[in-house]
Design a binder for this molecule. Structure first.
Ligand code: B12
Ligand code: SF4
Length: 500
């Protein structure tokens, strides 16, 4: 793999760390690779442009800006690309862009992240005057085109799906490309990422999702995916990079789309080549019907995050999850039972939604209690209004109809992300607190750690130390119980809340 020399860097790509995360435990003790940036870096590298990715997660607080400035001082950096995939890192984006420009006006700052800055579009250039160019969608081709612009080969207005200021200072937005121009999914060049082996291994399986859940910023799209042969090749490549034949890999996909045939093909490779790797990925409830779990197990799956969201028929309908809630809940119950037998952990993600009341929460709670013997992993979230989601398009009157309102205090306005008070009877804060207790009631510390081994903590993490750190956390920040007493306390807490 190519060696990157610091003084030759022409494009510096930066992954920012949010100062505050969605769930209290996110980002603590764990590090996640930004594979969107890695894909962009791979594309630049293949175009012979010297590129390096640095990641704020690897640097102690307060030192990162100086580290960036030092690289600019020592090298040939002409373009800095910053990734801001979520509003939680938007304030950091503003700060670091200001810092870079105050050191050098010569460097061109490009920002991207289709799920946050990409949705805010022109707003970003108004909010952050030090940003030169915003890429709204997938960045692989756009960044190479922007490089060509810096080399005076093309003009900016010919590049699709970007925002920039023209020479009069007016903000210009170019139209998107057709889907035929979407970037291909290619094997990633890990060596371009700062200390890549300190991150847990992951493989990007696919892009796009055909659904449109009301809380999600996804725009329904045809799925593009890698072939099984390609995925197996990448597993082999990761085994070499990490020098480990027994990896726990995160399979990145908005939602798993392996067909039955593909699962059988992958299972066959696992058997014939005696592969020891195992993996985690995300699925929708419908995906788990029939005999799929057994095939998933044979193909290496051990943890699946399920977008279950709710046990309330009304909430499921409002979210646009399903029209047939009864069938949905039956599938979930059966899958939990089968998965436990087979040896796959199903982690249920729960989202308290617009119009949620104690009555609808009770329906979810009673579904969970009914399935207590097979349910071991769970995460329950409060609701945020993210740009680009259906919810973000609701008027104040529409929200008021279900008694909901947005929390619009300054720190949230700065992020352009708004917590939601769900109804007159359930505030944002309550939904957050109840969510933590849902987790404590159903999930043990051991199950929590088992899941984190995929995609969140790296292979050589000292597990003893990790346990100690988790145990040392404030109880109201932990979505898991440490002992049976904590479990009982959490159940009592939720039941008392729901009946108050
Ligand atoms: C996988 C995922 C993650 C993964 C990995 C993300 C990654 N790219 O590495 C992890 C676990 C790290 C993660 C973390 C978080 N996530 Co997340 N994540 C997702 C998810 C499911 C898919 C994102 C995706 O499509 N990745 C595929 C890669 C290839 O795409 P990409 O990163 O967007 O990169 C492409 C383009 O955006 C663009 N691009 C990106 N950066 C740059 C930079 C430049 C210079 C250019 C030119 C282009 C460019 O080019 C890339 C390649 O084509 C989305 C949900 C969804 N359904 O869309 C949520 C989502 C993006 N996450 C979200 C949130 C809130 C978070 C967290 C705050 C949650 C937390 N748990 O703390 C953190 C914040 C991380 C951060 N650094 O800001 C929200 C953001 C909403 C918002 N507007 O704020 C989303 C939309 C989900 C949701 N609705 O809740 N996430
Ligand atoms: S929540 Fe998942 S299934 Fe629903 S639209 Fe978003 S990515 Fe697709």
């Amino acid at each position: 793999m190519a060696h990157i020399c610091m003084n030759k860097i022409e494009v510096l790509l930066i992954n920012l760390v949010p100062s505050q995360r969605k769930k209290p435990l996110d980002g603590i003790f764990t590090a996640e690779i930004n594979y969107g940036l890695l894909s962009i870096a791979t594309e630049l590298h293949e175009n012979n442009i010297n590129t390096k990715i640095i990641d704020q997660q690897l640097h102690s607080e307060g030192n990162f800006d100086n580290f960036v400035i030092d690289i600019i001082k020592q090298s040939d950096v002409k373009l800095i690309g910053l990734s801001c995939i979520s509003g939680f890192a938007y304030p950091e984006l503003k700060l670091i862009c200001g810092r870079i420009k105050s050191y050098s006006k010569e460097v061109t700052i490009v920002v991207g992240g289709k799920d946050h800055v990409g949705k805010l579009r022109k707003r970003v250039l108004k909010d952050i005057i030090t940003v030169d160019i915003l890429v709204k969608g997938e960045g692989e081709w756009a960044i190479v085109e922007i490089w060509n612009y810096l080399k005076n080969k093309i003009t900016l207005d010919g590049i699709p799906d970007i925002c920039f200021r023209d020479r009069h200072g007016n903000i210009v937005e170019t139209p998107p490309t057709g889907s035929s121009l979407e970037p291909l999914l290619r094997p990633l060049n890990y060596s371009l990422y700062e200390n890549h082996t300190t991150f847990p291994p992951s493989i990007e399986l696919s892009r796009g999702c055909q659904y449109s859940c009301a809380f999600c910023s996804n725009i329904p799209k045809k799925v593009r995916k890698k072939s099984i042969i390609r995925i197996v090749e990448e597993m082999e490549m990761l085994a070499t990079v990490y020098r480990n034949e027994n990896l726990k890999i995160y399979f990145e996909a908005l939602t798993l789309t392996f067909t039955e045939r593909e699962l059988l093909e992958l299972g066959k490779v696992f058997k014939e080549e005696n592969l020891k790797h195992t993996w985690r990925s995300q699925v929708r409830v419908e995906y788990l019907n029939g005999q799929k779990l057994e095939k998933l197990y044979k193909a290496g799956a051990r943890v699946l995050d399920v977008g279950f969201e709710s046990g309330s028929e009304k909430m499921l309908r409002n979210m646009g999850k399903t029209e047939n809630a009864k069938e949905y809940l039956r599938t979930m119950s059966e899958a939990l039972f089968a998965a436990k037998e087979i040896g796959i952990t199903l982690k249920l993600n729960i989202l308290f939604f617009l119009g949620e009341t104690k009555e609808t929460m009770k329906e979810t709670w009673s579904f969970l209690m009914d399935n207590m013997s097979t349910l071991e992993a769970l995460s329950a979230y409060p609701l945020y209004c993210f740009p680009g989601t259906k919810i973000a398009g609701y008027t104040e009157e529409q929200l008021e109809k279900c008694g909901a309102s947005l929390v619009k205090s300054d720190p949230w306005v700065e992020k352009r992300v708004y917590p939601i008070n769900l109804s007159k009877s359930v505030s944002f804060k309550e939904s957050q607190e109840v969510g933590i207790h849902f987790g404590q009631a159903f999930q043990s510390i051991d199950k929590f750690v088992e899941q984190k081994k995929y995609g969140y903590i790296c292979e050589n993490t000292d597990l003893k130390k990790f346990y100690l750190q988790l145990q040392g956390l404030e109880k109201n920040k932990r979505p898991f119980h440490i002992d049976e007493k904590e479990k009982r306390d959490a159940i009592n807490y939720v039941e008392k809340y729901l009946h108050s």
